[in-house]
Write a protein that binds this ligand. Sequence first.
Ligand SMILES: Cc1cc2nc3c(=O)[nH]c(=O)nc-3n(C[C@H](O)[C@H](O)[C@H](O)COP(=O)(O)O)c2cc1C
Length: 214
Amino acid sequence: MKPVPNEVVEKQLEWRYATKVFDSAKVIPEADWKTLERALVLTPSSFGLQPWKFFVVTDPAKRALLKPASWGQSQIVDASHLVVFAIRKNLSVSDIERFVARTAEVRGTTVESLESYKQMMVGSLTNPSIDINAWASRQVYIALGFFMATAAMLGIDACPIEGFEPAKYDEILGLPALGYGASVVAAAGYRSSTDKYATLAKVRFKAEDVIAHI
Ligand SMILES: Cc1cc2nc3c(=O)[nH]c(=O)nc-3n(C[C@H](O)[C@H](O)[C@H](O)COP(=O)(O)O)c2cc1C
């Protein structure tokens, strides 16, 4: 048997929607939150470099400050959890070396044996034609997708949020000093019974218009 039946996957993906109004009284249980964090950690990235950090904002005062920097969207303060998906800014050779060291540690090998792999990554990512922060941002959106899909499988509501001011987030959360920059945000928790968006029909192009078999 498949680990998750097709009909369950499809049902949960239909069930999810970008939640506009969260029930502020409902908190995601610890075990479910741990699974969501695990989904973030397990997200794949180009070369496996993981050019990111996920800031889970738990301080209500900080979340209150973030709301006006997010077009006043209520999800920022009402959702159970708020994650700021941040990129490693201006990823450099030292970040690649950190990843190589971790690879050696996890796989029980030496850094020296990974030298050509390292040079391949350095050559590719230090190429002047690459916008390294745009590249990192593309990677972090994969984590957003993983997070939302995992939440849907767990029956947890979420809202991806691009409607915010990254520079203000960086300042409020002190990200530049840590070498990170906010890229996208997700709120997670449980929908309010008052959220009329929950029952709106999903607007998607027909499969034949977005999927081509060639
Ligand atoms: C990257 C991204 C950013 C988004 N930003 C916002 C946002 O700031 N506020 C909001 O209410 N919805 C936001 N949305 C939700 C989209 O409007 C929504 O996903 C889309 O209309 C499809 O609807 P559905 O997710 O409910 O199926 C965002 C979605 C994505 C993928």
